[in-house]
Design a protein around this ligand. Structure first.
Ligand code: SF4
Length: 291
């Protein structure tokens, strides 16, 4: 039972997924628009198609794991068929636990919830393998393996999923790991690629601190929001704003104007340089720009 003094949206406690935490850490105002104001941020047709196909692949693997027929899905979509063939080719490696432990429990699309500071933190694992000594979270991606593992290590999906499992299972953090599998192969190699993240008590404590901080900050922002104040936004020359569909709502103008703005502010930066991930501390220092 969540005490009524804890943050609520309407009459319900607030449920936060890794996506919400990533949104908050990226830009609190974007979190407000998408989550509190429930404004839609339209995706391009190409993005929507990719998302639909990715969702179908998750459904396909769930059906396979449950022993249900998958031919209707693979026969109707060559791309799904290709990804599934890649999964089959590597399935013995994908479904193995470290240290020769055997996975006695396999749970597809497995959900867990953890209460923290009155928020309900929700995790949804594509597949969770659990044995006597190890438990492994598996996550399916239908795009190529990224070159840089650091961004994924710092992503709230990795951090919350491992933290949540440690908090809601009998395993020690050192017995947990998370593996992302990327099924989009290259021309030269159709085999899926993976990125594995191990876990330990130090990481667990660090995530606990960051989570405590971000949730406390959110509670403060929600109190201010209830009094009519908006959540902080980034500056218009921030690279995150360049790719944000809410730019016109925040600052007006269009993408050409924003590029010009950024170029004037940071003329020596290459347009191809990836954005640095913002920490919550950095965000908290950013002055709110009045609308
Ligand atoms: S345009 Fe920038 S400040 Fe506004 S919501 Fe998007 S990322 Fe945040």
């Amino acid at each position: 039972m969540i005490p009524s003094t804890f943050p609520q949206l309407g009459s319900s406690p607030i449920r936060l997924s890794q996506g919400h935490l990533n949104l908050l850490a990226t830009c609190p105002r974007k979190f407000q628009y998408a989550f509190l104001d429930q404004l839609s941020s339209p995706n391009s047709t190409e993005q929507q198609e990719r998302q639909t196909q990715g969702a179908q692949f998750h459904l396909l693997l769930q059906q396979w794991q449950l022993g249900l027929p998958i031919a209707p899905l693979t026969q109707a979509d060559p791309q799904l068929d290709q990804w599934f063939k890649a999964f089959e080719a590597a399935s013995s490696e994908i479904l193995a636990l470290p240290d020769s432990d055997s996975a006695s429990i396999q749970q597809a699309e497995h959900e867990r919830t953890l209460e923290s500071q009155g928020y309900l933190l929700t995790m949804r694992y594509d597949l969770l393998l659990s044995g006597d000594r190890q438990s492994k979270i598996l996550d399916w991606k239908t795009y190529p393996r990224p070159q840089n593992a650091r961004h994924l290590a710092e992503n709230w999906q990795t951090r919350l999923y491992l933290y949540g499992l440690a908090e809601t299972s009998p395993y020690d953090p050192e017995q947990l790991s998370m593996v992302y599998w990327f099924f989009q192969g290259t021309q030269d190699d159709a085999m899926p690629q993976s990125l594995r993240f191990s876990y330990d008590r130090t990481q667990h404590n660090h995530t606990h601190q960051d989570l405590t901080q971000i949730l406390q900050q959110l509670t403060d922002w929600l109190n201010q929001y209830a009094d009519g104040e908006s959540l902080p936004q980034l500056g218009p020359v921030n690279r995150e704003c360049d790719r944000c569909n809410f730019f016109p709502r925040c600052f007006g103008g269009d993408s050409l104007e924003r590029s010009a703005l950024r170029h004037r502010a940071q003329p020596d930066q290459s347009p191809l340089k990836p954005a640095d991930p913002l920490t919550l501390l950095e965000i908290s220092k950013i002055q709110e720009v009045p609308l």
